[in-house]
Design a protein around this ligand. Sequence first.
Ligand SMILES: Cc1cc2nc3c(=O)[nH]c(=O)nc-3n(C[C@H](O)[C@H](O)[C@H](O)COP(=O)(O)O)c2cc1C
Ligand SMILES: CCCCC(=O)C(=O)O
Length: 387
Amino acid sequence: MSSPADFQNEIYLRGLGDVVPELPTDLTRLEALAGRRLSAAAFGYAAGAAGTEATARANREAFDRWRIVPRMLRDVAERDLSVRVLGTPMPAPVALAPVGVQSIFHPDGERAAARAAAAVGLPYVLSTASSYSIEEVAQANGDGPRWYQLYWPKDRELAVSFLERAAAAGYTALVVTLDTFALAWRPRDLDQAYLPFLRGIGVANYFSDPVFQKAVGGPVTDANRDAAILHWAANFGNPSLTWDDLEFLREHWHGPIALKGIQHPDDARRAVDAGMDGVIVSNHGGRQIDGAVASLDALPPVVEAVRDQAEVLFDSGVRTGADIAKALALGAQAVLVGRSFVYGLALGGEAGVTHVLRCLLAELDLTLMLSGHARIADLGPDLLVGT
Ligand SMILES: Cc1cc2nc3c(=O)[nH]c(=O)nc-3n(C[C@H](O)[C@H](O)[C@H](O)COP(=O)(O)O)c2cc1C
Ligand SMILES: CCCCC(=O)C(=O)O
């Protein structure tokens, strides 16, 4: 006889795979559990945000201001959640957001998360600031879809090296993060003197790069580690970049490109003018500008501005399948999830990330079905009413 957990999986997750019985299925409770298991500094780095964390809260509150209006008797026996975004066929409109230095949360870091993403078939977006190299993560991700996120460094030769390595390792789309050329004022990290995590864990993706190594006088060892980290910090972001610089990316990346951190419709239009394929409406999970507009509130004007000309993706604040349905109804083609999968990684490595993804997809599927929608493309503004 199957266990109660197996029986439950059979009912709720038919065709979607198993969840981990020991982990909560409510991702809010998963976060609380991660808060008890992780060190205060590691948890503060994940859960924390800029300043008073008003924008992080606003991201969540914005979802609460929209309510779903279900429709009945519409034959939803067969559902299809699949989409194609940035040239990638996806079983559901969800990708794992780029999250740096994942070894903070689990020794296998990005490799564990990339394996889970591949098992579920969702794109894994690798951060430039990763604790495993571009190539190591590609290997863990195997045949899974993967995109590369660029933190555009001051050193152009280094940027080109990252792009070439990513293309050679099978990352098919480029996500260029524009909102984090400097890390914001983050009191939880500052108070816990946490950025030295780099000292303990490092950013292997940089350290493994031949251009980076040349700049620091050879491979990074204990002897030059602090100097390498200081070089990294000085090079990490480039506040001088302008829209004209996007041409350089186009020269060096031959697949789809999406700009991450877009909040204003005029910036979305400029992205289209610059030949970009997509924009990601995001405020970095509230981690950059305290007081910035809630990401979900920034979404409709951007969709209005560039619909039919560019793909619009969304992140910041997604915690449930219903949240995903709301963002899609407001015009996003796909969403990225950040902290949600990070807590799964912290609590259960690969299985924990798979758990989170299965929960999100199962809840999205149930939300679609119970609200009378059989396909992702059927979701539109009439799903929602503002409160
Ligand atoms: C711990 C952590 C590290 C992050 N590192 C990166 C990064 O390296 N590159 C990037 O573009 N975004 C990074 N982000 C932002 C995420 O890609 C995403 O925008 C954000 O987490 C979405 O909000 P959510 O956490 O509420 O889902 C990070 C977010 C977290 C929580
Ligand atoms: C040190 C890498 C920066 C990661 C990041 O983007 C974030 O913490 O939000």
